[in-house]
Design a protein around this ligand. Sequence first.
Ligand code: MG
Length: 257
Amino acid sequence: MAIKNVIFDMDGVMYVGRTAVPGAAETVAYLRGKGVNVFFLTNNAEKMREEFTQKLNSFGIEAKDGEVYSSGYGAARYVKETYPGKTVFAFSNGTKAEMQRQGIELDLSGKAQVVVAGLDLQINYEKLVAAFRAIMGGAEFIATNEDMAFPVEDGLKPGAGLIVAGLAASTGRKPVNVGKPEPYLLDIILKEHGLSKEETLMVGDRLETDILMAKREGVKSMLVLSGVSCEKDAKEKGLIPDYIVESVAEIPKMGII
Ligand SMILES: [Mg+2]
């Protein structure tokens, strides 16, 4: 069946650190020119949705606010649906802002009823103490994602998994993950925009999140080698995507869209 919807992961796919992946803007323009619906789905919860839109736009990549989905936004939607009226401890400013936008009250004192753990570039011990105490006091424990690393220009940096796994180990509790590879955000995109799984392609650089989620959900998958995972990993992990390409720059030349 023809591909009518393409969902791009962002880190390692559209850009690496502060550098755009060559050809990313041209590929997005090509797809839009073909009438394909384009969306962006990131496990990054450090920023608000519109800040990710601005980042894409700064690289010349056409994106509109309603097309960009982040795990911080997903966590806020999840808390609002699942734990209405409960107070939340969240880490990064982006996640906190997404919570407030959904009308959720923050409590950073260590007495919150829900802890949303994720990557925070301003992490410090006081924040970890507050999250730890809230969880030990019985708070619900949610992760924006559990990614152990993300790519930057000169290698990898530790991701949300550093903080989530630390809290899980110290509290003995296991979080509910709303980020990839869980299908929560993908389901929101498919439902909100009325997309069929058969006509949807997920493009990502990470096998154990992007590609695993696509396979679990029954959408098509494409691994790009411009980020974390390499071709050898796909065979070793038994996660074979429908397509493997060097980068998104190859999409217009493939003849699949
Ligand atoms: Mg990525």
